[in-house]
Design a protein around this ligand. Structure first.
Ligand SMILES: Nc1nc2c(ncn2[C@@H]2O[C@H](COP(=O)(O)OP(=O)(O)OP(=O)(O)O)[C@@H](O)[C@H]2O)c(=O)[nH]1
Ligand SMILES: C[S@@+](CC[C@H](N)C(=O)[O-])C[C@H]1O[C@@H](n2cnc3c(N)ncnc32)[C@H](O)[C@@H]1O
Ligand code: SF4
Ligand code: SF4
Length: 325
């Protein structure tokens, strides 16, 4: 069992996109009030006093859309400067990167994962509910120019929608040092859509890419579950995140903290989460907070294998945008 050293931290539950795979079709989500969201000061306290001392020293900022939260760049700066923090990264839809990539880099961020589900602006609009392809593409260029490395592009593969674009998206890794990752569509966020559409197995995608370009094993820095390959001679790599066709729970090294302070031991497990915000706001000491997190850490191996689905009877209470992916 690997050490649990990676926390996915959701900065905000809101998003300026409406991706069909991530949110319910009617877009009806109850959003958190500002007072319910952990403040940056509270987050920094938890990171410095609770998570880092327990060996959790890698942090990924996600959301909703992390960059729509006011002050996100300042928070990145403060987080990168905290003693004991080994790695900070971000997952974003890229909409605000054109404006913010340089500031984020100066603040200390070096790794970024950007969602890009299509190279076709119309299909992109159909998937994300927003006609922002050109702005996102410019954002990706800005991130590339300021020097983000690794720069990863996330594609959720949707049957009949962007599936046919997989070879073209994979080809983005040839000329540039970009790491394109294909994610199997999971039944969280929009289960009705998932049931109607189904998902595509990573091995099917690898076969198609192998036939067109060839494919070899490779490596790329990261803390996540992707299996990494490379088109021979390419500057970047291809990652496959195969949570539907493979079980990678034996390598699971992470916890998730929602914007309102719920710490969950597994993406799929809603019943074993703890409410750190209420503890923090009712005067619980740092030592007691560490004990609460330690309880989750001690239970984690068991949850990975046997209890990850417990408490999620059919439909998940929270969407991916609320959990942070
Ligand atoms: N089932 C499952 N899916 C995960 C897990 N971690 C990441 N994923 C999936 O992979 C997607 C992309 O993850 P990213 O936010 O880009 O981060 P990552 O791949 O963990 O990060 P690095 O490897 O550090 O770059 C997530 O949105 C999920 O769909 C996990 O622990 N379990
Ligand atoms: C929830 S988003 C949050 C960060 C940011 N808004 C973005 O889109 O990159 C994080 C990741 O979750 C992935 N995701 C969302 N819903 C998913 C689903 N149903 N199945 C697989 N991945 C999903 C997205 O593609 C994205 O890479
Ligand atoms: S995947 Fe990201 S950009 Fe798309 S709706 Fe979900 S949170 Fe927003
Ligand atoms: S399903 Fe849960 S235990 Fe398995 S890899 Fe994902 S977060 Fe970890």
């Amino acid at each position: 069992m690997p050490a649990i050293n990676y926390l996915r931290l959701s900065l905000v539950d809101r998003c300026n996109f409406r991706c069909s795979y991530c949110m319910p079709g009617d877009g009806e989500i109850a959003y958190l009030q500002r007072s319910e969201i952990l403040s940056y000061e509270e987050l920094l306290f938890l990171i410095e006093q609770v998570f880092v001392p327990l060996g959790i020293d890698r942090f990924r900022l996600t959301g909703g859309e992390p960059l729509i939260r006011r002050g996100a760049v300042g928070f990145v700066r403060a987080l990168c400067a905290l003693p004991g923090v080994a790695d900070v990264s971000m997952t974003t839809n890229g909409y605000l990167l054109e404006e913010l990539a340089a500031d984020l880099y100066t603040a200390g961020l070096r790794r970024i994962n950007i969602s890009l589900d299509s190279l076709d602006p119309e299909i992109f609009g159909q998937i994300t509910g927003r006609s922002h392809w050109h702005k996102v593409w410019k954002g990706i260029q800005s991130a590339h120019q300021v020097g983000f490395d690794p720069l990863k592009l996330n594609v959720v593969v949707l049957p009949g929608i962007n599936e046919s674009e997989v070879p073209d998206l994979a080809a983005l890794s040839v000329e540039r040092n970009w790491h394109v990752r294909f994610i199997e569509f999971m039944p969280i966020g929009n289960t009705a859509y998932f049931e109607q559409s189904g998902w595509v197995n990573s091995e099917t995608l690898r076969t198609r890419i192998r036939e067109r370009f060839g494919l070899e094993a490779a490596a790329c820095p990261g803390n996540g579950p992707a299996d990494i390959f490379r088109i021979p001679g390419a500057k970047g790599t291809l990652g496959f995140i195969s949570q539907m066709s493979e079980c990678f729970c034996d390598r699971c090294n992470r916890l998730r903290l929602s914007a309102d302070g719920y710490l969950r031991p597994c993406l799929l497990n809603e019943s074993d989460q703890i409410d750190l915000k209420t503890s923090l706001r009712t005067g619980t000491s740092a030592a007691q907070l560490r004990d609460q997190v330690k309880y989750v850490l001690d239970r984690k191996p068991e949850i990975n294998f046997r209890e990850r689905d417990r408490g999620t009877t059919g439909r998940y209470g929270r969407t991916m945008s609320q959990i942070g992916g």
